[in-house]
Design a protein around this ligand. Structure first.
Ligand SMILES: O=C(O)CCC(=O)C(=O)O
Ligand SMILES: [Fe+2]
Length: 376
């Protein structure tokens, strides 16, 4: 049964209409330059362990992660039919009446707008379901029979995305001198998340956000988006539009992987030569060493600003509905996040501390603060 859009869309206009009619709230909207993000064919990474063969692709990823914090992957191994199936299921889900989405579908994972918004600058014109993969795998009650095919599709996509995320995390970790499975060991399928995003058309789309400028609270994000467009990223203090490409996937570095340090020039050639073993970490990372002394299995190192967790946002449009699915590679809540080089730019914290701080800041300021709260 088809529902009318009037019933399915969240009441953004009713709740936030006053912001829209106050034109002084509208931000100026520049004509946005499209950026050519690095486009990387990762087939060799998926097919071989031979270091020589992997090197060109691994270097391209490391370069993109340091220069852009964003890149596009092709030949990523996720079937386009599966991505299309996910999109179809996602559209079916968002077409449900707002009352159902906000009360009973997919158990408390739904949100829309921003209850804390005081102006248009704090308002995302969108709705989303933030779904822990743990819920999909373990909680049989998580969704009704009606959405069992959504559940099945998400489980398949979750497993494929986890494999892909581990392939990418391996390269990024090895580039810093860590064992390839260093991140993957901390991020199992059940610690990761999906966010299903829907951006309904906004009647006053000029300068209205679909999603506020933010960085992602994870190691890395894999994004599948439709052809509508609207994603923008910040590079060297300018915003650039990302060209939509339905078959490719967009990867961005998250806060926990924000690497590269003041030691970039010195550290990287050294790290490349360093034995890819825990000895490197024990001998060279005081913070890591301290934490490892407490619990060798819980430390997760991050890159001390070498890789960039880049701010990005979505701009709304007045004509088309837009859909995207983001997959977040996250460790367990008790994982300790420490820097991989000295002097560290950040306090050591657990992923749970980080998430708690982000929620607190959102309540206090209406927006995420993120890493600056942990800078030394
Ligand atoms: O929809 C998009 O293009 C971006 C989504 C995103 O940044 C997120 O869900 O964190
Ligand atoms: Fe994001």
């Amino acid at each position: 049964m088809q529902y009318s859009k009037a019933l399915s869309d969240p009441p953004l206009k009713e709740r936030y209409g006053a912001f829209l009619s106050n034109s002084s709230n509208l931000q100026c909207s520049e004509v946005m330059e499209e950026c050519e993000l690095p486009l990387i064919d990762i087939s060799t990474l998926r097919m071989t362990d031979d270091e020589e063969e992997r090197r060109p692709c691994a270097s391209a990823i490391a370069k993109a992660a340091t220069e852009w914090g964003f890149f596009i992957v092709i030949n990523h191994g996720i079937r386009s039919e599966l991505l299309k199936e996910m999109r179809k299921e996602q559209q079916r889900l968002f077409a449900k009446p707002f009352e159902e989405k906000s009360s009973k579908i997919l158990k408390g994972t739904y949100s829309w707008g921003n209850p804390m918004a005081k102006s248009l600058t704090q308002l995302p014109w969108s709705e989303n379901f933030l779904v822990p993969l743990k819920m999909i795998i373990e909680d049989q009650e998580w969704c009704s029979l009606e959405f069992s095919s959504l559940r099945e599709t998400m489980e398949k996509l979750g497993s494929a995305m986890t494999d892909l995320a581990h392939v990418l995390a391996r390269v990024l970790a090895e580039n810093l001198g860590f064992p390839g499975d260093f991140i993957a060991e901390k991020c199992s399928m059940s610690t990761n998340y999906f966010r299903l995003n829907h951006y309904p058309p906004c009647p006053h789309s000029l300068g209205t956000f679909g999603l506020l400028p933010h960085t992602d609270s994870d190691f890395l994000t894999i994004l599948s988006q439709d052809q509508v467009g609207g994603l923008q990223l910040r590079k060297d203090s300018s915003w650039y539009a990302v060209k939509p490409n339905q078959d490719a996937l967009i990867v961005n570095i998250g806060d926990l992987f924000q690497v590269s340090s003041a030691h970039k020039i010195l550290a990287i050639p050294f790290l490349f030569k360093a034995a890819l073993s825990r000895n490197y970490i024990v001998n060279n990372c005081t913070r890591a060493r301290q934490a490892m002394a407490n619990d060798i299995s819980s430390i997760v190192a991050w890159s001390n600003d070498f890789y960039k967790s880049v701010e990005h946002k979505v701009m709304s449009n007045s004509e088309a509905d837009r859909y995207s699915v983001a997959y977040f590679l996250c460790p367990s809540m008790d994982s300790i996040i420490g820097s991989c080089s000295e002097p560290s730019h950040y306090k050591q914290f657990t992923f749970g501390d980080f998430k708690k701080q982000v929620e607190e800041d959102k309540r206090r300021t209406g927006n995420k603060v993120g890493l600056p709260m942990f800078r030394l």
